[in-house]
Ligand binder design. Structure first.
Ligand code: ZN
Length: 293
């Protein structure tokens, strides 16, 4: 049975990419009965009837999947944050980072609107860049109309499935159109072509670009820690993971426990105080979360 990858979902059809062509497929009824549904990014087995009409029969196991946008098997996210207007905000950045870590999606932090910064702000931002790089994150500072943006981002897309994410109001689509004009993506263009207006946000597609795949949606822009258990949270802070084996108590939550390596790390400056503060805030949010039924 042939295997391919769903690259596009539209009006109840799934477009499976295999051997350089897209095969229009329907999902099998069994998926609906089981409450499963194929997602863009899924690797699937399918059968073909007639000319170019297929049926998806098996969904392969996923590495991960997002709900909004509904995409599976994502490797990385370009996380777009502005330096100014709206102001760079570490708690919002950490929120995104935690959620991406929990899905095992590698973040690439892309700072925009650097043309709006004055010198004191630039110093502050450079300091943050240093601190996040120390944790192990990749950060890029982009300039609008900067010819080398393409050179910075394109190599990172190679061989990966990438989504866009970030705070609202930073112009994620505009940024991508600027940095990857060859892509010519975006809802505006698609909605004009199809006359589908706002429903186009439901269209999800993975576009082959720079030898990788990029989701043509602005990605998620806000979320809660809907699915996370409190025990999981510290594993979403890579600098905690590095030392938390040294905590005296197994399953240490790094709050009130004695001989906690994370709290010692905050004392010694190895862990940034604002990162720890965000951890405590997120932990409180998860604990206070209303039970889900
Ligand atoms: Zn601890």
């Amino acid at each position: 049975m042939p295997t391919g990858q769903i690259r596009k979902a539209l009006s109840g059809f799934y477009y499976v990419y295999d051997n350089d062509q897209l095969i229009q497929c329907r999902g099998r009824g069994v998926f609906r009965n089981r409450g499963e549904s194929p997602l863009v990014g899924d690797f699937v087995d399918y059968t073909v009837e007639g000319q170019n009409d297929g049926t998806i029969t098996v969904i392969h196991e996923r590495k991960n999947n997002l709900v909004r946008p509904p995409i599976a098997n994502i490797d990385q996210a370009i996380l777009v944050f502005s330096i100014k207007e709206p102001d760079f905000n570490t708690i919002l950045l950490d929120r995104f980072l935690v959620v991406l870590e929990s899905f095992q999606i590698e973040p690439i932090i892309c700072l925009t609107k650097s043309d709006l910064m004055d010198e004191p702000l630039e110093q502050k931002i450079q300091q943050y860049i240093k601190e996040y790089e120390q944790i192990g994150y990749t950060l890029l500072m982009t300039f609008k109309d900067d010819a080398d943006i393409d050179d910075k981002i394109a190599p990172l897309l190679k061989g990966k499935t990438t989504v866009l994410a970030g705070q609202s109001g930073v112009g994620k689509s505009t940024l991508l159109n600027t940095i990857l004009p060859s892509l010519n993506l975006k809802t505006g263009i698609i909605s004009e072509a199809l006359g589908r207006g706002k429903h186009t946000t439901r269209h999800v597609e993975l576009i082959a670009v720079c030898e990788g795949l990029l989701a043509d949606t602005p990605g998620f822009s806000s979320f809660e820690f809907d699915l996370m258990e409190k025990e999981e949270l510290s594993s979403c802070f890579p600098e905690f993971v590095e030392i938390q084996d040294e905590c005296k108590y197994r399953g240490c939550m790094h709050v009130k426990e004695p001989k906690c390596a994370v709290k010692d790390g905050v004392e010694s400056g190895k862990i940034k105080a604002y990162r720890y503060k965000h951890y405590i805030q997120f932990l409180d949010e998860i604990i206070d979360r209303k039970p889900r039924y």
